[in-house]
Design a protein around this ligand. Structure first.
Ligand SMILES: C[S@@+](CC[C@H](N)C(=O)[O-])C[C@H]1O[C@@H](n2cnc3c(N)ncnc32)[C@H](O)[C@@H]1O
Ligand code: SF4
Ligand code: SF4
Length: 384
């Protein structure tokens, strides 16, 4: 079988874009692969083909997150918690503003604030106000929240600039819901009521984490969430309980899936035997995301949220050299050799990185193979 046929065969088996690393491909094959799956179809607005094609040290900052507090008013059983600068507490406002200033200087498009529970940060309103004021190109300001703040606070944050709430909801009834919050009584009712109201006002997605305590009601929970008026539903297993068997026979009505692209993407992946997490040999072994993402906690920036949550070391200290440091890290990092990436990287990140690698190969690394009558693309460094 020719190299070109090998590449095509690998693609047609599972409908995904395999890494170009293992193959020598024709320009035509790369184009076919690029067209096969558009990142836009996944449903995450930060992931799109245009970004993958144009990502470099000078492109706009695309997805940027700050963990603004380690404190929380819930105690979810699967949550490993976090610390800011080595201790429990809030990230100081001046440190947060310094990071936002750096984002602003690099045309930040999408900002996210998380925690801990970001809505209990003492300065949450000022943080959103400042982001809106100084980040002139900003398109989305997102908050990841447990949904337990007062509705009035959420509404005020929308007035100031928030246009994306990612809200956690792990159950379809109050008994399991309250248990999953760490026994905060009445919390599930309040969260559900907030989701219904906020879904009328802005883009709301629900994040559902399943472990052995709530996975028996997974299907009911998904259908329940779908009826709350949310734009999308992100289902995942708890990182420390990554059991694919809970998803294997999950079947959701097509009408429900058609309303929620991210849910549809995941369910379709499950049908092909693909779990939410895990890099395979044929995936890209480079992480292009980090070149125009930033993930900041306290004084430090990290490769990504996943690695930060798994307790990995930061790349460096937050400064205007951050972008270059991230590029250097990317160049010297092999995600398949990194056990944390290999085990924990998410499907959407993997698909992005596969597309990033392919599009950058086609943009920069097409060379003429003198021994063949067609252009070939060779494995080589692909960081710009
Ligand atoms: C750490 S929380 C912070 C924001 C907010 N407190 C919340 O719960 O949405 C961010 C996201 O991580 C998820 N999460 C927390 N621990 C997890 C774990 N062990 N495995 C998978 N997801 C987890 C939460 O469900 C939430 O969607
Ligand atoms: S609400 Fe969020 S931060 Fe708080 S314990 Fe649950 S997952 Fe962790
Ligand atoms: S876990 Fe995924 S997103 Fe994070 S650094 Fe590794 S490859 Fe990149």
């Amino acid at each position: 079988m020719s190299n070109n046929e090998q590449a095509s065969a690998a693609m047609s088996q599972d409908g995904e874009c395999p890494s170009a690393r293992s193959y020598y491909m024709t320009r035509q094959t790369v184009e076919e692969m690029n067209n096969k799956m558009k990142l836009e179809n996944i449903g995450f607005y930060t992931l799109e083909d245009f970004r993958a094609k144009n990502a470099c040290v000078n492109s706009p900052l695309w997805r940027n997150e700050i963990i603004i507090t380690s404190r929380c008013n819930f105690n979810c059983p699967y949550c490993r918690g976090t610390e800011i600068n080595g201790k429990k507490g809030d990230m100081p406002l001046d440190e947060i503003k310094k990071s936002i200033d750096i984002w602003a200087s690099q045309n930040v498009k999408n900002a996210r604030f998380s925690g801990g529970e970001p809505t209990i940060h003492k300065e949450i309103k000022e943080i959103i106000r400042y982001t809106k004021d100084v980040c002139k190109e900003i398109e989305h300001i997102a908050i990841s929240t447990n949904g337990y703040a007062d509705l009035e606070l959420y509404k005020e944050l929308i007035r100031i600039g928030v246009n994306d709430y990612s809200i956690s909801l792990d159950a379809c009834c109050s008994s399991i819901g309250d248990m999953m919050s760490g026994e905060v009584k009445g919390s599930w009712n309040k969260v559900v009521s907030n989701i219904i109201e906020l879904s009328k006002l802005t883009y709301v997605t629900v994040g559902m984490v399943f472990d052995k305590q709530n996975s028996h009601e997974m299907k009911e929970s998904i259908l329940f969430a779908s009826n709350l008026g949310v734009s999308d539903i992100r289902i995942i297993s708890a990182a420390q309980w990554d059991d694919f068997s809970i998803f294997e026979n999950l079947s959701i009505d097509r009408k429900v899936l058609d309303k929620h692209p991210i849910l549809k993407y995941r369910i379709n992946n499950f049908k092909t035997g693909r779990n939410v997490r895990g890099i395979t040999k044929t995936d890209s072994h480079k992480c292009g995301l980090m070149i125009d993402d930033t993930i900041i906690k306290g004084k430090y920036h990290y490769p990504c949220v996943i690695k930060m949550r798994e307790g990995c070391n930061p790349i460096g200290i937050v400064s205007d050299k951050m972008r270059q440091e991230r590029k250097d890290f990317l160049e010297n990092h092999n995600t398949y050799k990194d056990p944390v990436c290999r085990k924990n990287c998410l499907d959407v990140c993997i698909d992005y990185n596969n597309k990033y690698e392919l599009t950058n190969l086609s943009r920069h690394e097409v060379c003429v193979n003198n021994s063949a009558d067609e252009s070939t693309i060779k494995d080589s460094k692909r960081v710009m």
